[in-house]
Write a protein that binds this ligand. Structure first.
Ligand code: GDP
Ligand code: ZN
Length: 355
């Protein structure tokens, strides 16, 4: 194996040289758990922690390593390393932090492609598909749509579903598969590029674990679920969240990824709903909300059937959520700023007290 098989590339190598990281090892974070990490290199998988200095200079959650990150490390002993620096990230998949309005939490980094998975039976829902596409667009991750469980429907039902997807979602590959009959699995495998990193997005029950087992050629999820290993005082679970597939692709699958969903699709609307955005330039009013205005180009297109009615409704809903999210972030920033001012004021008055 080479470092390239884990996704290492020229860009990262140039960065390493520029930074003068010559005395450090380079590896990829394959597991994170409460500020403990597992870093994979060609020869080894190390338990890792970050050096105090990195902890000290980190002023937000995103400054800490995440699964998928490339890091520079020094060896502590044969099983343990210290992380000194995190390489710049090509892409970041994040979600709204639980219980903290307006705050983000990194799920994984440096992902090239996302398999957006839906099952063709109960789960099939184009609005939800558009939401996952929007998450990809915010994150700069390239989407590939996977329709799973096609063993449950017949050919004409399948072509009908694909037709419905195509009506609303253009230019994105759609691959139909069944983990049960293995139909389409070879096509999917062939589409996976060696050295590129993938993740699986989709609701619970659509068949992500089954596909993972299918692609990795093991029964990983069944046999090797999260378990605390007690040997050698290791606290980190033995469940790797980044794995190299048989044909050379790299797949990231962690619990956080499975929670990425509805609430996280607030940015990136422009690309998902490109047709609507393009039309809105022709609206009479610059601040047109495309709901009740006269001479609204979007409404006209919906009326004339040029824009799908459901897609339009989904757009309005997501736009509203986006505004809500942005105003929450703005409020939080203001609060932080006010707090900063208060501290400064406090320090100043303390200073003047001395004299
Ligand atoms: P996950 O929650 O997305 O990881 O979904 P799982 O992989 O756990 O699958 C959920 C259920 O769907 C399980 O009972 C699987 O056996 C079943 N399943 C997965 N793929 C297929 C498929 O292609 N066809 C059928 N009929 N069932 C499937
Ligand atoms: Zn309008």
């Amino acid at each position: 194996m080479k470092l390239e098989d884990l996704g290492y590339n020229e860009y990262l190598e140039n960065y390493r040289k520029d930074q003068g990281f010559d005395s450090f090892g380079v590896g990829r974070v394959i597991l994170e758990h409460k500020e403990r990490y597992v870093v994979k290199t060609v020869e080894n998988e190390y338990d890792a922690e970050i050096i105090g200095n990195l902890r000290f200079t980190a002023n937000k959650r995103s400054d800490f390593p995440a699964v998928g990150d490339w890091v520079a490390f020094s060896e502590f002993d044969e099983n343990r390393v210290l992380i000194h620096a995190v390489f710049p990230r090509k892409t970041i998949i994040e979600r709204q932090a639980v219980g903290k309005q307006g705050e983000k939490q990194i799920i994984a980094t440096n992902i090239d492609f996302a398999f957006i998975m839906q099952s063709v039976d109960y789960d099939f829902n184009i609005n939800r598909l558009e939401r996952y596409l929007t998450i990809c667009n915010i994150s700069n991750v390239e989407p590939i749509i996977i329709l799973n469980k096609i063993d449950l429907i017949n050919e004409s039902e399948l072509s009908n579903l694909i037709f419905r997807v195509r009506e609303r979602v253009k230019k994105i590959p759609v691959i139909a598969i069944s983990n049960e009959s293995q139909k389409g699995i070879e096509t999917l495998k062939k589409s996976i590029i060696k050295g590129k990193t993938y993740c699986l997005l989709g609701s619970s029950g659509v068949g992500k674990s089954s596909l993972l087992n299918n692609l990795s050629g093991t029964q990983r999820m069944k046999t090797n679920t999260i378990s605390e290993s007690t040997s050698k005082g290791r606290h980190i679970t033995s469940h790797r969240e980044l794995l190299v597939l048989e044909n050379g692709g790299i797949l990231i699958d962690n619990p956080g990824m499975r929670e990425v969903g509805i609430a996280d699709s607030t940015g990136g609307l422009e690309k998902t709903f490109d047709a609507i955005i393009q039309l809105s330039k022709d609206c009479k009013f610059k601040d047109c909300t495309h709901t009740t205005e006269i001479d609204c180009a979007v409404l006209t297109a919906v009326r004339q059937g040029e824009i799908d009615e459901n897609s339009y409704a989904n757009y309005l809903k997501m736009e509203k959520e986006k505004e809500h999210f942005e105003s929450t972030v703005a409020k939080k920033r203001k609060k932080d700023k006010d707090f900063g001012k208060m501290i400064k004021h406090y320090k100043n008055t303390k200073k003047s007290d001395k004299y």
